[in-house]
Design a protein. Sequence first.
Length: 404
Amino acid sequence: MEVPEQQTEFRCSCGGLLEVVHDFSHLDADSLKQVFKSRLAERLTPTASGVWRYKELIFPELPDEHIVTKYEGNTGLYESNSINRYTAMKQVRLKAQSENPSGSFKDNGMTVAVSHGLSLGYKRFTCASTGNTSSSLAMYAAMAEANSFVFVPDKDISSNKVLQTLAYGAKVFAFEGTYDDGIRFLEKHSNQLNLYVCNSINPYRIEGQKSIIYELAQYLNWQLPEWIIVPGGALSNASALGKGLDDLVELGLINKLPRVAIVQAEGASPFHKMHAENRDQLQPELSPYTRASALNIGNPPSWKKAQRTLKRTNGVTISVSDEEIMEAKAVVDQSGIGCEPASAATVAGLRKLVARQVIDQDESAVCILTGNILKDTDILEEYHLANRMEYAALTLGTIASLVV
């Protein structure tokens, strides 16, 4: 089914999500590598962005005047001996999408979604969110001098993310229900309200998010690791990652696909359960719950696309407990890199997959860190202030006894 670019209903008649399809037949891998390399020197142009650097592969038709960018992407790729020891791996790298302008990987996709909406004449943007999507949308809408309307569940979300969203100027509606209820509402009523939806059901969001894998490949001189570990909430990141990998293979920019592991929290793991039980249909969880708020999604809208990613890469799924997530988060934080709980699920998942001998300790892996260390401070306060804060009288003798 083909639809015009102007259509903002993002499902086809079969109920599946639409996707953008490019014609790459006129592009040459060696020429692209040179173009992408030259753009690393850019500073104040759209292609200084770690997303729009790859414009030919993301949205070549979009006029530059419609691009709204904060030079997103360009995030760090780190190695840490403490992470290697914790996971029992010899080579683990962490791709810190947490370093994006609003503090999460959502910026990679949101710059494209908002830019597309603006090109169609929209000035009112919307999303349902557990937090990261809303703060990213509010930031880009503010930069575009547009309005944002955000719908968040009334419980089990991060107050920091909501405050960030409000600070950027969004109008926030708290509703009774889950993230999934918010998505259903927007799919049903956004056209009546003249709102452009920026959730991951929007295929232009996916086009932007796939730049994460482009940037990772470029950083590693177009030689990807054997495994890429990604957290799974709405599953848009897994979907985008798979689409980006397909692009790289089609273009000849890489010659071997890595395997993909999708990690979910035990309390919100419908996709993992589907795989563990060898089912071909996802059974939504009506009351998901995990302290890793970005993963607290019981009916991930992009599960079919994520399924395709797993099949294409011979991938796996796994779930981890909140306790395992927080333990891994402490290791990531104390390595000096830091991340939100949902991000730490990748490190916890990798450790578990190595322990179960699904991943060999001699293989290489990259864990995608999706959100900033300060995105969920309620759980940080509970974990650290209650268990690790030292209370002492401010005297030389007392402090000297503690500084050991």
